[in-house]
Design a protein around this ligand. Structure first.
Ligand SMILES: Nc1ncnc2c1ncn2[C@@H]1O[C@H](COP(=O)(O)OP(=O)(O)O)[C@@H](O)[C@H]1O
Ligand SMILES: [Mg+2]
Length: 367
């Protein structure tokens, strides 16, 4: 006998929209257990009622592209309880901050309790995508709010890249946050989804990764790939975050677009400035996919740029980083003569391999 999430999941598999995945199947079972823990409700809830109170939620965690958000959405759509709310975690925290401020203006005393009551009245099922805790204010609020929410009987599904123990890792006053972790581990089903397949990268197979020449067409294709890889709404394209990453020795590197393990750079920024192996290794460790635009055909006078490009490609290759690029030539035409053009042959061969389906199917990281 199957629960509502399982039925929906199986239908998608039967329709060939999803491939069977054992790690996901375990998560689906957990989500059905949650579905069954809602007291009253539809037929399924009555059939699958587990212990009278059952789990207070499901915490799905694992690497990118494993299907966490997809499963959460499936649970949200198929768990028969109302009202319910699905929200990006970041947005939820912003909302909480506003409510706390309003409550403080209106009431004396601790605002957490009335805010928890409001939230509980608005949703019996709360789904958060991408829980992450990076600042002390959020850590404190969560620690206190969550317990109250669960007391209100609110059930929670959340996704995260980290296991609960690693939330707010190395954060300030982390000891005050530990009860929150205990609460998650005690009351929620914590389920790891870390199958071998990154389904999002899977979509790269068959995607053209090397675009010639530089220009609006190449830019448009890479931009499409970027939004596909990051599931970022195209309407928000002007707001893609940038980041300064630490490259050692107190130096940083500005990454103009940085989202979900995907970085976008110009060739100029990467190879036109005094950069070296340390910078490129930091990139290779940090990002599973790198998009480089504006790779020129390099003449003799560009031997420094060519040498940096060699080092860059070595670092990316050794860490199985996926490379998408816009260039003025195919790899073999990039640096035909000049100092180090012999060494550049290795780079050409690596670039060719990096376009292959086998290479693109590998996971990120040193092999
Ligand atoms: N079992 C599967 N078979 C095929 N595609 C899948 C499967 N699981 C997830 N996907 C797809 O892979 C992409 C990434 O999934 P997503 O849920 O966004 O991953 P995560 O939240 O873990 O990063 C989505 O488009 C999703 O529909
Ligand atoms: Mg996700």
């Amino acid at each position: 006998m199957t629960g509502p999430v399982r039925s929906a999941y199986d239908e998608l598999i039967a329709a060939n929209e999803l491939r069977p995945d054992p790690a996901q199947a375990r998560a689906v079972a957990g989500l059905d257990q949650l579905a069954g823990s809602f007291g009253a409700g539809g037929l399924f809830a009555r059939l699958f009622r587990s212990a009278p109170d059952g789990p207070s939620g499901v915490y799905l965690w694992g690497g990118v592209g494993r299907g966490k958000s997809m499963l959460m959405d499936l649970a949200f759509a198929n768990i028969d309880v109302h009202p319910k709310r699905r929200v990006h975690f970041h947005e939820f925290m912003l909302d909480i901050h506003v409510r706390l401020r309003l409550a403080r203006e209106r009431l004396e005393g601790d605002p957490i309790e009335p805010v928890a009551e409001q939230i509980g009245a608005e949703a019996k099922l709360l789904c958060f995508d991408e829980m992450q805790v990076t600042n002390p204010a959020d850590a404190m609020i969560l620690s206190r709010l969550f317990g109250k929410l669960l007391e209100e009987g609110v059930k929670v599904v959340t996704t995260s890249n980290r296991k609960p123990r690693d939330l707010y890792k190395d954060g300030l006053n982390r000891e005050l946050f530990l009860p929150f972790i205990d609460l998650i581990e005690k009351r929620m089903l914590v389920i790891e989804i870390n199958g071998p397949t990154d389904y999002r990268l899977d979509r790269l197979t068959g995607v053209e990764v090397w675009h010639v020449p530089n220009g609006p067409e190449a830019t448009a294709a890479l931009s499409r790939a970027f939004f596909q890889l990051t599931d970022y709404p195209v309407e928000d394209r002007a707001k893609v975050p940038s980041e300064d990453i630490d490259v050692g020795d107190g130096r940083t590197l500005h990454v103009p677009k940085s989202l979900k393990g995907v970085a976008v750079f110009s060739f100029k920024r990467l190879c036109g400035e005094a950069r070296g192996a340390a910078d490129y290794l930091a990139i290779a460790r940090r990002y599973h996919t790198v998009i480089i635009v504006g790779i020129p055909v390099m003449g003799r006078e560009m031997r420094n740029e060519a040498a940096r490009f060699v080092t860059l490609i070595d670092a990316l290759y050794e860490h199985n980083v996926k490379l998408l690029a816009a260039a003025d030539a195919e790899p073999e035409g990039l640096y035909a003569s000049g100092d180090g053009s012999f060494e550049f042959l290795r780079t050409i061969s690596r670039l060719e391999e990096m376009r292959s389906a086998e290479y693109l199917a590998q996971g990120h990281g040193k092999s």
